[in-house]
Design a protein around this ligand. Structure first.
Ligand code: ZN
Length: 110
C-alpha cells in the first residue's frame, strides 16, 4: 500500500474517494487520511520550516524556491496562504517582498 506521508507507515488502507474523485487512503498507524498525488511531491515539514525562515529574509521568491527545491507556483501559493488574513498579497517581483509585508510576517510568526 501507499506509505503514509505523515508517519511513513505502510499500514494504510483505501478509504473511499474524495469529492475530487481521487482515491482516498487512511493510515492505520496514525489515522491520517491522504490521497496519492504523483504530480506534486510532498513538501515536508522540514522544508516548510526552512521556507518560513527564508520568507523573512530579503530573498526573492524564485531564490527561495531554488534553495528549498520547491516549485515557484507552489511557493507563492504557500506564502499567500500564510498571509490569508493580511489584505496585502505577496507579489513575486525582482525586488522581493514589500518590507511592510515582511514586517507583518515577522509579527505573525514570532
Ligand atoms: Zn501514518
Amino acid at each position: 500500500m501507499l506509505p503514509c506521508p505523515n508517519c511513513q507507515s505502510t499500514h494504510t488502507v483505501k478509504n473511499g474517494f474524495t469529492h475530487h474523485h481521487k482515491q482516498n487512503h487512511r493510515c492505520r498507524n496514525c489515522g491520517k487520511q491522504f490521497t496519492q498525488n504523483p504530480t506534486n511531491k510532498i513538501i515536508t515539514q522540514n522544508t516548510r520550516t526552512l521556507i518560513d525562515r527564508l520568507l523573512l529574509e530579503k530573498i526573492p521568491l524564485a531564490g527561495i524556491a531554488r534553495a528549498a527545491q520547491v516549485g515557484e507556483t507552489w511557493l507563492q501559493a504557500y506564502a499567500n496562504k500564510k498571509l490569508e488574513s493580511v489584505p496585502q498579497k505577496i507579489q513575486n517581483t525582482k525586488k522581493g517582498f514589500d518590507s511592510r509585508v515582511r514586517r507583518t510576517l515577522v509579527i505573525r510568526w514570532q
